[in-house]
Ligand binder design. Structure first.
Ligand SMILES: Nc1nc2c(ncn2[C@@H]2O[C@H](COP(=O)(O)OP(=O)(O)OP(=O)(O)O)[C@@H](O)[C@H]2O)c(=O)[nH]1
Length: 372
């Protein structure tokens, strides 16, 4: 009960979208650190100056208000319009400025600001590009340099110039060093992202090789087998019909013999294109092997399946395939078409379609023989 209440509270604070949650979690951590810094600064000021003055309160409003604005910008989705919706650079620049202004207030305790600076820079390690990391380090250096110079001029007793020079030199080493580390991490991140992309490309390529016929681009035998298995399961569950047709180009050997194997390949590609275009988007035509193709007509009963296959047959016969020699070739197709009978295996249905194809060939080709 308490757990679900907490989760609801968490959802309200962070939202439910995973990427936004991650950003807001990071910002919440920054807010927590800022809150701790506010408490510590007030404590430090109380120790060194007795009581927080207007300057400290103005700083408090700046620190708390700034973080609240950053949170609102991310939580509302407003920051999504930017390349980095976490507003990392803005958050870090803001925190560095707050640290520099805190440095000016705590006099002898100002050394505590240095580790905080490193921590602020570390927030950029997971997000920033090298250029931004160097830019922010330079910004912090200039800012701290200005604060140190101003304070040693305004309050030399609390900020002696010699000390501030040493502090500045320390920062001049520390800030660029962290920026160099951030830049290295950024390069590693980019290399990993590139590798991930390459891997995804290779996987897509492997998938295409495993499922597509190289010559025609149609689904290959293995993929068609998987699609038919799926359709069989769907038809068992939902009780709908589906049909299967076996197609074989007529006298294809002659095309190879008369025009060459390459011309035969062109005809196979052209047939694949015409066949696919003639079918409905939900029907699948696959290369079953050689000049034999298979059509799966999901969720389709016989009269409709016959209309579809007849359309395909006529469009194939009407096609003139350009061989580049000025002598277009035409081709016809014989088709065995059958509906899947409940209780039969796929192999039995395919066998029936094969028999019907054989019959279509025997009856003179360029025709469809269909059976239940
Ligand atoms: N160019 C090319 N030819 C192929 C390919 N696969 C199979 N073939 C050829 O397809 C022809 C099939 O011929 P057959 O099985 O005798 O049948 P057919 O000449 O089509 O005659 P029917 O089917 O009886 O109408 C053979 O010559 C095979 O070499 C291929 O990928 N490319």
């Amino acid at each position: 009960m308490a757990k679900s209440h907490l989760r609801r509270l968490g959802d309200r604070w962070l939202g439910t979208e995973p990427a936004q949650r991650l950003r807001l979690r990071q910002t919440s951590l920054a807010m927590l650190l800022m809150a701790v810094s506010v408490v510590m600064l007030h404590h430090g000021v109380a120790l060194t100056q007795g009581k927080a003055g207007a300057l400290t309160w103005a700083w408090t409003v700046y620190a708390v208000g700034g973080m609240a604005l950053v949170y609102a910008a991310i939580r509302s989705g407003w920051s999504l319009r930017f390349a980095d919706p976490s507003l990392t650079t803005v958050q870090i620049a803001f925190a560095l400025s707050a640290a520099a202004l805190a440095y000016a207030q705590v006099g002898p305790l100002r050394g505590a600001v240095f580790p905080v600076l490193t921590l602020v820079q570390m927030f950029g390690m997971f997000q920033l590009r090298a250029r931004s990391a160097y830019g922010l380090a330079a910004y912090a250096l200039v800012l701290f340099g200005a604060v140190m110079a101003t304070m040693s001029w305004l309050r030399p007793e609390a900020y002696p110039a010699e000390f501030e020079r040493i502090h500045f030199l320390m920062l001049a080493c520390m800030l660029p060093a962290v920026a160099v580390l951030t830049a290295r991490l950024s390069r590693i991140r980019h290399r990993l992202a590139d590798q991930r992309q390459e891997l995804a490309r290779a996987l897509a390529q492997l998938h295409a090789i495993a499922t597509r016929d190289e010559l025609t681009g149609l689904p290959n035998r293995r993929q068609m087998q998987a699609l038919m298995d799926q359709e069989l399961l769907r038809s068992l569950r939902q009780g709908h019909d589906f049909c299967i047709a076996v197609l074989d180009l007529d006298h294809f050997k002659r095309i190879n013999d008369q025009h060459g194997h390459a011309a035969g390949d062109t005809v196979l590609r052209a047939f694949a294109q015409t066949g696919q275009a003639a079918l409905r988007a939900t029907d699948v035509i696959a290369r079953w092997g050689g000049e034999e193709f298979l059509v799966l007509l999901p969720d389709t009963a016989m009269p409709l399946a016959l209309v579809g296959m007849e359309r395909l047959r006529l469009q194939v016969a009407a096609q003139r395939i350009d061989m580049g020699s000025g002598m277009p070739v035409s081709v016809t197709v014989s088709i065995g078409l059958t509906g899947h009978r409940r209780g039969d295996t796929l192999a039995q249905t395919l066998e029936r379609a094969d028999q019907l194809l054989y019959q279509a060939k025997a009856e003179g080709r360029d025709r469809i023989c269909e059976g239940p």
